[in-house]
Design a protein around this ligand. Structure first.
Ligand code: F0G
Length: 432
């Protein structure tokens, strides 16, 4: 399989605007800048796109049943036969319930990306990344990961019979994610070092061994990731929120979100631009530091947070991320370990639930409301990036108040009650 010679897609450097044809594998520009995937927008008409996307809503089979490929005109316009899909996306947009009261917001909705096939938002980018790998003729793909990217890549590679090589920090990824990677058959290298070391290693391996790299430095990944935005807005019948609040780790997701908004704006589908708030964990906050202290980007040496998904000190996409935040007149915020886990306890007990990193969206919204950056009356959409069951240890430890050595108190702990198997004992506990 090959790229269509007539494809209107091309890579464009975010730093120097140099263009490259899509027909040859590339991740970065010769100047070192990151690449965007761009296309000719002049043929795309707002009304036609909206009615196509609406007609595909609820499709039962094929690529149109995917919440990514439904928007293929702004993803990659391919025939179904070339697409590697697990009918990803189609995730719910929940009213935040208790979590809205907690954040102090009148209108707070949560887009639950943990409801994807491998239980994280990564599936939206991965369907595009693995599809591109297939078109380039790759038979092996690789990534460094804090867990979710690897679980997703292993699953999509398995779906189309590709080999997958996974580089994870030893002993530092959540159990649910490690279990998935092993189960899907990814060849898993636990390296001595953190995510940033794994990221550096995988880039070398891919360039020396000619393996296709599927971290979010890969421009195709971000194209799929944009559909979180498209699908949320379609679920809202194109009513614009005032804010999107997202966690920030390697900073691919918020880069995709702003790119999606820029494109909708350019085509004339939206006029108002929602502001983007990126929320980092205090112990893994290089973007926040740069933002707050108005200085050059500096990687953080030893990132540390219970939200292991975003325990990243040297995010590859910081430049793209910053471009989007500035364009949307957005902000960067940080939250403490306690704030993450308390927000998680509230979100989980609202019956929604998500893994710790995702809860930065709730904790960050609350903090930004408290500081007056977000108004109580603003309509806010938070992105929940991963499923609650990805990290069961964090839940059990919090509810048993066993995180004090990490400075986290089980403030909203729901401890299990140990009793004899006796009705009277239950009566006693219930006060009956
Ligand atoms: N939330 C979750 C659950 C994640 O897994 C990640 C990133 C993020 C948020 C941050 O998104 O990197 O686009 O800013 N996880 C990557 C991984 C790094 O390897 O799974 P980002």
């Amino acid at each position: 399989m090959e790229w269509n010679e007539k494809s209107d897609l091309f890579f464009s450097c975010v730093r120097c605007s140099r263009r490259y044809p899509v027909q040859h594998v590339r991740y970065t520009c010769e100047c070192g800048g990151l690449l965007d995937l761009q296309r000719d927008f002049s043929r795309l008409k707002a009304d036609e796109l909206l009615s196509k996307w609406e007609s595909r809503w609820g499709a039962k089979r094929g690529a149109e049943a995917s919440g990514v490929w439904r928007y293929k005109e702004l993803v990659i316009d391919l025939p179904d036969s070339q697409i590697v899909s697990k009918m990803e996306g189609n995730t719910r947009l929940y009213p935040a319930g208790r979590a809205a009261d907690y954040a102090g917001l009148e209108r707070f909705m949560l887009k639950h990306e943990g409801e994807n096939p491998t239980c994280s938002f990564k599936d939206r980018g991965m369907t595009c990344g693995v599809t591109a790998a297939k078109i380039y003729g790759a038979n092996c793909v690789a990534c460094a990961s804090t867990g979710n990217t690897s679980a997703s890549m292993a699953a999509y590679a398995a779906t189309c019979g590709m080999k997958s090589l996974i580089f994870i920090p030893s002993g530092k990824i959540a159990y649910g994610k490690l279990a998935q990677v092993l189960a899907y058959g990814g060849m898993t290298f636990q390296i001595e070092g953190n995510f940033d070391d794994a990221m550096e290693l995988v880039q070398k391996i891919c360039s020396e061994l000619g393996i296709y790299l599927l971290n979010s430095i890969n421009p195709f990944r971000l194209e799929g990731q944009k559909t979180i935005c498209f699908e949320t807005l379609q679920q809202l019948d194109w009513e614009m929120p005032d804010w999107f609040v997202v966690p920030g780790g390697n900073l691919g997701n918020n880069s995709a979100l702003s790119k999606a908004l820029m494109e909708l704006h350019q085509i004339g589908i939206i006029r108002k631009i929602p502001r983007i708030a990126v929320v980092q964990a205090h112990g893994a906050n290089p973007l926040y530091k740069m933002w707050k202290e108005k200085k050059n980007f500096e990687p953080l040496k030893n990132p540390e947070t219970i939200a292991t998904a975003i325990k990243i000190g040297n995010p590859v996409s910081w430049e793209k991320s910053l471009r989007g935040i500035e364009w949307s007149k957005g902000v960067v915020e940080e939250v403490t370990e306690q704030e993450i886990m308390d927000a998680k306890a509230i979100l989980d007990s609202a019956g929604i639930g998500a893994e710790p990193a995702s809860c930065c969206s709730v904790a960050g919204a609350k903090k930004l409301v408290e500081s007056g950056v977000i108004s109580k009356k603003d309509f806010v959409v938070g992105i929940l990036t991963g499923n609650m069951l990805k990290d069961p240890d964090a839940i059990i430890d919090y509810h048993n108040d066993r995180l004090r050595d990490q400075g986290i108190i089980g403030r909203y702990a729901n401890r299990p009650i140990k009793i004899k198997a006796d009705v009277n004992e239950v009566r006693k506990v219930l006060g009956l």
